[in-house]
Design a protein. Structure first.
Length: 777
């Protein structure tokens, strides 16, 4: 237990930590009374991670207790608790208000490393509790990377850079006054390599130049080691600004070298090995080319680069003759032989002999001189239509000693004749690489290059192929305005397929049409420069889709995507029902029928029919309404209707917008009734032993009550019952009937009545006739 700290209420206090001996960084915390009840830091309480002390700006009665400092190693995470420090309140009164006293502050000058995180601490005692604020002395605002932590007690700068240097101020303020702490941040950077040294292998008598460069603040200095010891300088070994130069190398210069860059904040090493070699010329690792082929008039360099230390001296022979420098022929510093404007006479075998003090070696190259390759029939620009086939020629003249290869490039890509064999084929003889393109499509427009390659040279020739086709589909078809019978359309041009659009056509589709139909427009002919048109003669209150088709001199193209569906506005109907007729039905009925008007001609909602009728010869029409557009029938019932009497009938149309036209007037008859009178003047006479003919007069038309369908004859023999009689019907206006299959010499009773679609009328009075006797032979 440490000594008791006794303070007045309202007074500030600092509790010392006193960490044990240690290595590495520590972190600090304080326990209040019992572990693990840690002191919570706020604007009144602060634990410094620099000193470890606990600072209480203004002591309150709740602060009375035991305080223990907890120290944790950031390396091992080991934790140590110090002895408790009791804090008690004095009994001689409460501390009055006083101005801030800054107890935790940062150094007047603090160097900070590049890229590091810098933390500045500041805390003050005072009553009332002071407010902590920060600013730069130059008034510059803080960048976003600067954060204030622990209730402004810590200013944290991440990724410290040169621009973060300068003077910083901590201001502690309360109602009794203010105090300021200042400190300057300076910038430093440990050395960092910009250029390292690398292992090298150099021939004796050559020179070494090694440069190592490093950045840092302050600027680094350099020193060199060889095999771990300081490098001894002499006339041929010099160091300047980190660069090492060794001239006239010998084998003893070989070794492991280190360049050290250092400033007061650190040092870095860069190591590399120097090998100084001495050897006779040797072509085994870098042999001369056995054969070199060049064309007449070109430049050629014959290499001679054996491995040799020191560098070998070289001389050349062509056959047995020494090669000497002249206007076209020169010896290069690296031992090579350069020949300008090569001629056929330069062909032959060349030998290079390389020599130094350790020995000599030679190598041989055979020079072949050929004629240049030339394209004698090159492809030319062409203009073709889709579907055609063309040949792009590519014929060459070349040296017979050389093998030749043809390749074609389309828009920069090598043509794969296996993959694209359906369209591309290479045709021609050994000196021809003509390209045939079959069934040309729009995608084949572009640049074609014939590339001719030999072992010595290459030549090429290019041509542009323009493929023209029918236009692509127009785009962005929109309905800009709609009325009851018109639609204003607009669109944008699609691809013209290398042939200008000459005209456009508009097509429409409705739920009632069979596919797409070409529609009438204004202007009637839409030229290729026009992008709008008005579609006319549309049906009101019908949902339409529109599309546009472009045409050029090649033909019509693909149609555009459909526009959004739109509905024309409503209008009064304009089409009357057709096939108005009627007739039939039951007694006292007038039946009127018609073909319904198709939905696409109804022109709006609320569609129905107006049925008008009147007896023939009457001037006043009787009208009624049929509200269902799908009901093509109306029945008028009235007991006063005379059977089978003629009526004039017409049917009109209407919708929410108004009435439309009536159909032409037609005549319809009311329902029929069965005839009310019997035929007159009935007579019957025997035709044979099995036949009797019955005849009569027709009943008057006015008494038939309808369209007379025919007559019915009833008959029975003298001993039979009338209820079981037989019947014979005759159609139309026949006025006689023959009864067959009768018994001979027997009296028969007969009666006749008329019938129509409503039924049969009354029978006539009975008339008798007797069949003849059967003749016996």
């Amino acid at each position: 237990m440490r000594s008791t700290v006794s303070v007045r209420e309202g007074q500030g206090v600092v509790l010392l930590c006193g960490p044990p001996p240690h290595s590495g960084e520590l972190s600090y915390a304080w326990v209040f009374n019992e572990y693990p009840s840690f002191v919570e830091e706020d604007s009144r309480r602060f634990v410094s991670q620099e000193t470890g002390h606990l600072y209480i700006a203004k002591v309150e009665s709740s602060d009375v207790g035991n305080y223990t400092c907890v120290v944790t190693s950031t390396v091992t995470n080991a934790r140590v608790l110090g002895s408790p420090t009791p804090l008690v309140l004095r009994s001689d009164g409460v501390m009055g208000e006083y101005e801030p006293k800054i107890e935790v502050q940062f150094p007047e000058t603090l160097p900070a490393a590049k890229g590091s995180t810098v933390k500045l601490e500041c805390f003050a005692l005072g009553n009332p509790v002071p407010q902590i604020n920060w600013r730069r002395s130059d008034g510059m605002p803080f960048p976003n990377k600067i954060k204030l932590r622990k209730f402004n007690g810590v200013l944290e700068i991440s990724n410290f850079q040169q621009e973060d240097t300068g003077s910083y101020e901590c201001i502690a303020e309360n109602s009794r006054g203010r105090n300021v702490a200042r400190g300057r941040l300076t910038y430093y950077a440990k050395p960092h390599w910009v250029q390292l040294i690398r292992d090298v292998e150099i021939a004796v008598e050559d020179s070494l130049y090694w440069e190592c460069r490093a950045s840092g603040k302050p600027k680094p200095s350099y020193r060199w080691l060889k095999n771990g010891d300081a490098l001894v300088l002499e006339e041929r070994i010099q160091i300047e600004n980190g660069a090492l130069t060794i001239s006239n190398l010998n084998v003893t210069d070989s070794g492991m070298f280190q360049c050290i860059a250092e400033n007061k904040h650190g040092l870095i090493y860069s190591s590399a090995e120097l090998k100084v070699v001495a050897s006779a010329p040797d072509f085994s690792r870098n042999p001369m080319k056995k054969l070199v082929q060049v064309q007449v008039g070109s430049l050629v360099i014959l290499d001679c680069k054996p491995r040799a230390s020191p560098r070998a001296l070289s001389f050349w022979k062509k056959g047995d003759m020494m090669v000497r420098e002249q206007t076209r022929i020169s010896l290069l510093n690296d031992g090579g032989l350069k020949i300008l404007n090569v001629t056929k006479a330069d062909a032959g075998t060349y030998t290079c002999t390389a020599e130094n003090q350790f020995g000599k070696a030679n190598g041989t190259t055979h020079l072949v001189v050929t004629e240049p390759t030339r394209i004698i029939l090159a492809p030319s620009n062409m203009d073709v239509a889709v579907g055609e086939s063309v040949i792009l020629p590519c014929q060459v003249q070349h040296d017979p000693l050389l093998n030749i290869m043809f390749a074609w490039y389309f828009n920069g890509a090598l043509t794969d004749f296996k993959k694209d064999g359906s369209h591309f084929e290479k045709v021609g003889g050994s000196s021809s690489g003509d390209l045939m393109i079959r069934n040309i499509q729009l995608k084949h427009s572009g640049k074609y290059v014939c590339m001719v390659q030999t072992g010595v040279d290459s030549v090429s020739s290019a041509a542009e192929l323009i493929v023209r086709g029918s236009p692509g589909p127009p785009e962005n078809v929109k309905v800009d305005e709609i009325t009851d019978t018109t639609a204003q359309l607009s669109w944008t041009e699609g691809t013209d397929s290398h042939s200008p659009v000459l005209s456009y056509a508009v097509q429409a589709r409705t739920p009632f049409s069979v596919g797409w139909q070409t529609v009438t427009t204004v202007p009637e002919v839409i030229d290729g420069k026009t992008r709008t048109a008005t579609v006319v003669e549309l049906n009101p209150w019908v949902e339409y889709e529109f599309r546009v088709v472009a045409s050029n001199k090649i033909g019509g193209g693909e149609p555009s995507l459909p526009s959004e569906k739109v509905r024309t506005e409503e209008a009064a109907p304009e089409v009357a029902p057709s096939e108005v007729s009627g007739g039939g039905g039951s007694r006292s009925e007038l039946v009127i029928t018609w073909d319904p008007v198709p939905e696409e001609l109804q022109n709006g909602e609320g569609f129905g029919y107006v049925v008008a009728f009147r007896p023939l010869g009457v001037t006043t029409w009787i009208q009624t309404v049929v509200t269902s557009p799908d009901n093509p029938r109306y029945i008028f019932r009235n007991e006063s209707i005379v059977p089978f009497s003629p009526y004039e009938v017409k049917v009109g149309v209407y919708n929410n917008k108004g009435e439309g036209p009536f159909s032409p007037v037609t005549t319809v008859f009311s329902a029929e009734e069965e005839p009310t009178v019997a035929p007159s003047h009935i007579s019957a006479h025997s035709l044979s032993s099995s036949e009797i003919e019955v005849s009569w007069n027709t009943i008057p038309w006015k008494l038939s009550n309808g369209h007379l369908l025919g007559y019915e004859v009833r008959y029975w023999n003298n001993g039979g019952e009338e209820e079981s009689s037989s019947k014979v019907k005759v159609a139309g206006n026949q006025t006689s009937a023959v009864l067959r299959g009768l018994k001979s010499n027997l009296a028969y009773h007969t009666a006749v009545r008329a019938y129509n679609s409503a039924g049969a009328g009354p029978f006539s009075a009975t008339v008798n006739a007797t069949t003849k006797k059967t003749r016996v032979l």
